[in-house]
Write a protein that binds this ligand. Structure first.
Ligand code: FMN
Length: 201
């Protein structure tokens, strides 16, 4: 069992990463192998809309996203973490969401993996990133686990949020317990169309 924490904060070892580490320690307590991937210092370039990956699962942009795509495919559960930047997820988080088009290909997707969400805001704006991250999971046929939202601004301030830290720990444990149930979408519904008049009539 592998649980991947993805910190989309460019601030090294900031609040998002701290909460994810706590979640991963919860996952370890349940016996999972864990890894934290932080975008801080990584080279992750924007999607250029070539659509080639949609059929092949391979993105032609050779940067640090390649390793992240592999890690996502190998994981049984993924915790998406982002701070709120201007009422939204960070630009890095959005870039990763866009580049995850490569994980729409059959056999290389995130279906049936468990997804958790960690969002940190200084004061306002968690709803849009939370909605966007969960919608993305539902579209990818992932199994949604809990959300942890914490309000903190200074680097490391989340450590003072005792209940938030506990909730992050529980999220990691919950991820492993849900993944262990082995839920699978019926194959018939695995790649359902959901918008009509665009991709299909
Ligand atoms: C460019 C930028 C924009 C931000 N925009 C918001 C915002 O719209 N709402 C908010 O509550 N906090 C905002 N913040 C504060 C961060 O969400 C907050 O400092 C958070 O703790 C950072 O998490 P990190 O340590 O994981 O990077 C912003 C911070 C930066 C650097």
């Amino acid at each position: 069992m592998k649980i991947l924490g993805l910190s989309c904060s460019p601030r090294k070892s900031g609040n998002t990463a701290i909460l994810l580490e706590e979640a991963l320690s919860g996952a370890q307590q349940e016996g999972a192998e864990t890894e934290l991937f932080s975008v801080s210092g990584k080279d992750i370039r924007p999607c250029d809309g070539c659509w080639a990956c949609f059929g092949t699962g391979d993105c032609h942009i050779k940067d640090d996203m390649q390793a992240l795509l592999l890690k996502k495919v190998e994981a049984d559960g993924i915790i998406f973490g982002t701070p709120v930047y201007v009422y939204s997820m960070t630009g890095q988080a959005k870039t990763i969401m866009d580049r995850m088009l490569a994980l729409s290909a059959p056999g290389k997707n995130l279906a049936n993996k468990v997804g958790g969400v960690v969002v940190v805001a200084g004061s306002i704006g968690i709803i849009d990133p939370v909605k966007d991250l969960y919608f993305n999971m539902v579209m990818g046929k992932m199994i949604p686990a809990n959300l942890v939202a914490v309000y903190a601004n200074d680097k490391g301030e989340v450590r003072k949020m005792e209940q938030g830290m506990k909730a992050a720990h529980s999220l990691g444990r919950e991820m492993v317990q849900i993944a262990a149930k082995g839920f699978e979408y019926p194959a018939e519904f695995a790649r359902n169309f959901y918008a009509f008049g665009t991709h299909t009539r």
